[in-house]
Design a protein around this ligand. Sequence first.
Ligand code: ATP
Length: 323
Amino acid sequence: LKKIGVLTSGGDAPGMNNAIAGVVKSAHAKGIEVFGIKDGYKGLINGWFTKLDSDFTLDIISKGGTVLGSARLPEFKEESVRQKAVDQLRKHGIEALVVIGGDGSYMGAQRLTEMGINCVGLPGTIDNDIVSSDYTIGFDTALNTVIESVDKIRDTMTSHNRAAVVEVMGNRCGDLVTYAAIGTQAEVFSPSESKLTEEEICIQVKKLADINHRSVIILISEKQFDAKALAKKIQEVSGYDTRATILGHTQRGGRPTGMDRYLAFTAAMFAVEKLIAGEGGLYIGIENNQLVARDIESTLNMPKPDRTQIINKIRILNSKQIK
Ligand code: ATP
């Protein structure tokens, strides 16, 4: 193996730059050149390749986002479009690829592997929605951002005896809500996997109002409710002056935490080892604190971890506050 490429695809996530650094350093240590591909699969079909040097890694490891840029290219599902990517790679002598992104990106990596370019995927997304990895690159940073924001919202809600609906990202995965609810002791939380109805939320907040609870945080996963309309309803039912905050893209940016840097860098090292061994169509995850490599096809069909037990236990603890 003489030349490999690295790209970031799908939504950006803090830690992606550490994964890029991991690829560059471990490949260079084996005398392999690394080409950064701009804007994911879009750059791949257009030949937007830049040779990366080792010095570059120190400049990027404390930055959020992805220095390579990311894009979505739905047409990559078509074989004729992917053929352009294969042609570009062959033209530049790039034999294998590391793809950092979510599960859509792995499908692209799998298809490219089938067309003769070995690809290994790394789990880069704040959503923690890649079932074959306990954690994804970016999740820990986003979780800390959510917790910091909710702590700040709590300060003002407590000062004014208010309630706050806080909408959190996660796509269809409620882990950011569940973990942040535990971290901030949010009184009410509705993660994607264990949704509450508007009525259930209002009843819970009303019970807290009845015991003069000073402030209430209601954490909700995105794509469930209209946060402002929900806040209005809660105010009507409970009497709390209720505000809505959509945390939005603050959750996507920021300096990666130590945990994200560690996961990203070590997973990247493992990915390069797999490419050197001539393997492709793989995806790297972390399971019980061990890096694991699995076939992309099999990881996409794994069942989601069941969080209902922990969610229910936390809800019971919360309800015990209400005498
Ligand atoms: P995120 O979780 O942040 O959304 P993702 O990688 O799942 O990340 P997608 O938009 O689903 O994001 O996929 C990223 C890109 O991967 C797509 O724009 C497309 O170029 C490619 N891709 C997705 N699905 C396929 C597929 N079935 N075959 C080939 N390429 C695909």
